[in-house]
Design a protein around this ligand. Sequence first.
Ligand code: NAP
Ligand code: G4F
Length: 337
Amino acid sequence: MKKAFITGITGQDGAYLAKLLLDKGYEVHGGVRRISQPETVRLEKLGVAKDVHLHEFDLTEMNNIFRTIRDYPVDEFYNLAAQSFVGTSWELPIYTADADGMAVVRILDTLRTLKPDTRFYQASTSEMFGLVQEVPQRETTRLYPRSPYGVAKVYGHYITMNYRESFGMHSSSGILFNHESPLRGKEFVTRKITLALAKLAKGGSDPVVLGNLDAKRDWGFAGDYVEGMWRMLQQDVADDYVLATGVTTTIRDFIRFAAEALGMEPVFSGEGIHETAIDAKTGKRIVEISEKFFRPAEVELLIGDASKAEQNLGWKATVSVQGLAQMMAKADYDELA
Ligand code: NAP
Ligand code: G4F
């Protein structure tokens, strides 16, 4: 029986990956940081909370990482934990650099010392492309991060490559474009939209208040992307791979897809911070704009080319952005009382 360790097992991807590995017969261990009320709700929703072994773990604590790797040696180590919200990275830039950058070398160097044959996955991100230097973005596109989060992830990305090249470790980075699901954190724009629209569809009256509706993202389904992570670690030779759908969509169009899935007829009017949308069926205002949700520097366009992953890993995204918006909106609607 293969063993795996997942940092960030309580997060969106951690929960889907835990389920995938359990279904494949792995013994699954996961790192959980100390917070006042441990959140295993995603693992519970997927019905796997009782099947995983949870250990106290924090990215910022070197000796804790050392003891974890010493006491629970595994075949595959997936580093998914991070301060993952781009907006917060301007408020917590130093913590973000530590958790999303320095922590990667803490883990890699401990693996190198204690168990260098462990296969390692690093959660790199399309946010590293930032002010994009090529369209679509691929593994060789020059990086130009636009947030403290993106900058920290660039360090994690290059140190993962460096430990592969320096010490021959099986360390791979997945450069994953945005991926979402009904388990997505409520602060991310897709889930913020589907939850607010579901409340409106249930009779509520509060519009969703957003920032830049013109930004474009390449959105896929998280369940597909964890399969790609696993496939990367099954290769004989470690490497870096983009996972993406190859389709890009504005925030405005995502709102349209989610609203239509809930039976609304969204109509947008106005510009900039005066833009709004109403549901033509009920006349209710469903979208407002606030300066509060604009970022100091924006990533305007992301669209990925995942042809290397398709060729080498046989991986392809299976859920369209319309299907994703529908899945998330319906899940939020069904869950509301
Ligand atoms: P998520 O839902 O926010 O999960 C993040 C996880 O990291 C949570 O389990 C969180 O624990 C844990 N964590 C945060 N700080 C920690 C610390 N100091 N020590 C230990 N654990 C800590 O994120 P996700 O969407 O699943 O993303 C997984 C990874 O992929 C992240 O590294 C993210 O940056 C990266 N990524 C995500 C996407 C995407 O679109 N989802 C795209 C590219 C890359 P709590 O439960 O205690 O908060
Ligand atoms: O949903 P978001 O917060 O995701 P973002 O910034 O693209 O980051 C996510 O994807 C990255 C991969 O590219 C991951 F690495 C990262 O961990 C995370 O999972 O924002 C998406 C877009 C942005 O352009 C933002 O400015 O939506 C725009 N937006 C407009 N109004 C908003 C809002 N974003 C949020 N969160 N909240 C708003 O009200």
